[in-house]
Design a protein around this ligand. Structure first.
Ligand code: P6P
Length: 339
């Protein structure tokens, strides 16, 4: 029987550092701090029903959505921990309209972090899985002072690391630094993330699709054709697929990463006939897309590779089609033919 060597996240990251002779330990410390913030958020998420940390504040985020108290806690925890680490020059969050500078009085560093501190917050008070998403870049702006918007608006192809935390039946941190995707499960009694899913590979094709079918009438024709195709009785071709939709990107993606299949959030038709996407490029689609590709999957708008997109503004939105290589390719073929 194969026995896994007990490997903590901190030890795993420290051991990965040895393969980067130029590493100074700064990246390692940053990942340690991200995992610390994740543990603190996990503790609050897991007791959210017990203390007055549910409900909405009077504030709104950059997208005009009401901020939940737990959102605010997660935002504060990640921004405060990362802002003082001495490894960042600038960061950006879904919860803040503008770039977030390093905390006053603390040193800057060579890295840039973009994050969604609490994804799926509309699910907070119904005890459904939530998540945190993060992406890490090297700075591109000159000098060693505060970072700039240009540091934050890099294409996803420039990401050097990305990950997510899923606060579900267990809390997991899944990340890649460009050498495959690795999953760590929190053992709260130890306070440690332990390696539970080394080198995650996404199946080349799945049998599950994940989309908000309630939006069917607002999808473009190619998307509607593709979904109809998945639902046809064609057992020899592995169809119909099953539908699974949680409504938290991190949770729907985590299942897709492990089981394969396809997650779709296409742009939705508006009353004036124009189409508007929902998910954000910088701190949702790009980190998720990097992880998907590192696990052998794909991430697309339906027409373009997500990681090739040049962000124009911090909170811009994109259609996100992500999952198994063959499933995303089949969707793209449908768009080419009927889009
Ligand atoms: P809908 C959560 O609010 C979120 O931003 C993503 O986590 C999730 O994939 C999506 O929105 C769900 O949106 O319109 O299906 O509720």
């Amino acid at each position: 029987m194969q026995t896994y060597r007990l490997m903590t996240l901190n030890r795993y990251i420290a051991e990965e550092q040895q393969w980067h002779p130029e590493a100074t330990g700064t990246f390692t410390r940053m990942m340690w701090d991200i995992s610390l913030a994740a543990k603190l958020v996990s503790r609050e998420v897991n007791k959210a029903g017990l203390v007055d940390i549910l409900g909405e504040t009077e504030n709104e985020n950059a997208s005009g959505e009401r901020i939940q108290k737990l959102d605010l806690y997660a935002q504060h925890r990640f921004a405060r921990t990362l802002g003082r680490g001495g490894y960042l020059c600038v960061m950006a969050s879904e919860e803040e309209a503008d770039p977030i500078p390093v905390t006053d009085g603390y040193p800057t560093g060579p890295y840039v972090v973009v994050f969604d501190p609490l994804d799926g917050s509309s699910n907070i008070d119904v005890n459904v899985s939530l998540g945190t998403i993060f992406g890490i870049y090297r700075r591109v702006s000159e000098g060693e002072g505060p970072g700039t918007l240009a540091d934050l608006l890099q294409p996803g192809s420039k990401l050097i690391a990305a990950g997510y935390v899923i606060y579900g039946s267990s809390t997991m941190l899944v990340y890649t630094s460009g050498n495959g995707v690795h999953g760590f499960t929190l053992d709260a009694s130890l306070g440690e993330f332990l390696l539970s899913h080394p080198d995650i590979r996404m199946p080349e094709r799945g049998s599950i699709y994940s989309v908000n079918e309630g939006n069917l009438s607002r999808f473009d024709p190619a998307t509607r054709r593709y979904l109809a195709h998945l639902k046809e009785q064609a057992p020899a071709d592995g169809r119909p697929y099953s539908l699974r939709y949680i409504g938290t990107l991190v949770a729907d993606f985590h299942r897709t990463l492990l089981r394969g299949g396809i997650f779709l959030y296409p742009a939705l038709r508006r009353s004036d006939g124009s189409f508007k996407p929902k998910l954000r490029l910088v701190y949702e689609a790009n980190p998720i897309g990097f992880i998907a590709e590192q696990a052998g999957g794909r991430a697309s708008t339906g027409r373009e590779r997500i990681l090739d997109l040049q962000p124009g503004e911090l909170h811009e939105r994109v259609p996100l089609i992500v999952g198994s290589r063959d499933d995303v390719a089949a969707y793209e073929a449908m768009v080419r033919e009927h889009g």
